[in-house]
Ligand binder design. Structure first.
Ligand code: GZL
Length: 324
């Protein structure tokens, strides 16, 4: 009797396993391309807009999307990429939260014959043979545009000394490193410019507020400019400036990056002075690149979206809704 029960159990397990394999193969056998995307988190309106755009564009390009949110943890992104490899997706894409620590998992993807696309952010090592391309902003140029605005503003106000505090994005991330480099390289030749301190706000609204509280306590009303690496941190900093009895946009020049609707609204109110656009709408370029890769076509190594600067130098009354 026991032998018959064990035999039936083994048959049942084998039947389920076969069906399971068949399921994956059936899913793989349907003609739709399967894209695995590891999104780094949901830390900002920019990130949420980026995720939404990728989901919408996958539908419009009829590409099956497996999107996993890593909740700001690199180890979760690495695990997701390993799951995509095991699932035999056609293409892997991800937005690396930081630039280092990807070689091993990307080598696994390469050995599995799955092409990898970098979206939004870059990696620092061996990307030439481990990834096919990068679709994302020119962050260095965003830093340059922020500094060029500041130089124009200092000229217009006749400022002889400009004391700057910088609230940076996530340490060791591409946007943090390159926005800072572009900004610093551009102000380097201008003897009026002094950076009092740079502090990591991790692209988070709450950290932006904490950083601003510390900077005001440390430098008080000697601060002339806040250069913030994203709108989220800028929006966190504004109430702290006002609580200190200072008028943002007037007593302190505020320069931000991303260009989401909330930042444009406070720009129109005069509470900030400049927003450098960093579009989250990378989904169309991603899906077109996926189709090109699957068709065996050569893709560009780097795809930068067009970006502009919004500031108190312009009439923004006719600016279309930002969508993020
Ligand atoms: C930039 C992106 C940054 C945004 C932040 O492309 O990586 O991350 O500037 C987001 O808002 O958190």
């Amino acid at each position: 009797m026991l032998k018959r029960i064990i035999a039936c159990a083994i048959c049942l397990i084998l039947a389920v396993t076969a069906a399971g394999c068949g399921k994956k193969n059936d899913e793989k056998s349907d003609s739709k391309i399967l894209l695995g995307f590891s999104q780094l988190g949901s830390e900002s309106a920019w990130r949420i807009g980026n995720t939404r755009d990728i989901e919408e564009q996958a539908v419009s390009y009829d590409i099956s999307l497996m999107l996993e949110n890593a909740n700001q943890k690199q180890e979760n992104q690495i695990d997701a990429i390993r799951r995509f490899i095991a699932y035999k997706v056609d293409v892997i894409a991800f937005s690396p939260i930081v630039e280092e620590g990807w070689d091993n998992v990307l080598l696994e993807a390469k050995n599995a014959g799955i092409p990898v696309i970098l979206v939004d952010r870059d990696i620092s090592t061996r990307k030439v043979d481990l990834t096919t391309c990068l679709i994302g902003a020119d962050f260095y140029q965003e830093g340059v545009m922020a500094a060029e605005y500041l130089i124009r503003k200092a000229d217009a106000l006749g400022m002889e000394h400009v004391n700057i505090v910088e609230i940076t994005g996530t340490e060791n991330s591409t946007p943090m490193r390159q926005r800072q480099a572009g900004f610093f390289d551009t102000i380097a030749a201008d003897g009026r410019m002094t950076v009092l301190e740079s502090i990591d706000g991790d692209f988070l609204k709450s950290r932006g507020a904490e950083c601003m509280r510390y900077l005001l306590k440390t430098y008080s009303d000697t601060i002339d400019v806040v250069f913030s690496h994203n709108d989220e941190m800028t929006l966190g900093a504004l109430p702290e400036i006002e609580k200190a009895g200072l008028v943002p946009g007037k007593d302190i020049i505020i320069i931000s990056i991303d260009g989401g609707q909330d930042a444009i609204d406070v720009l129109k109110e005069g509470r900030i002075n400049c927003v450098v656009e960093c579009t989250p709408k990378l989904g169309k370029a991603l899906m077109e690149t996926v189709l090109m890769l699957k068709a065996g076509e050569k893709v560009d190594a780097v795809i930068h979206p067009e970006e502009q600067v919004f500031s108190d130098e312009q009439d923004l009354s006719q600016l279309a809704p930002r969508g993020y």
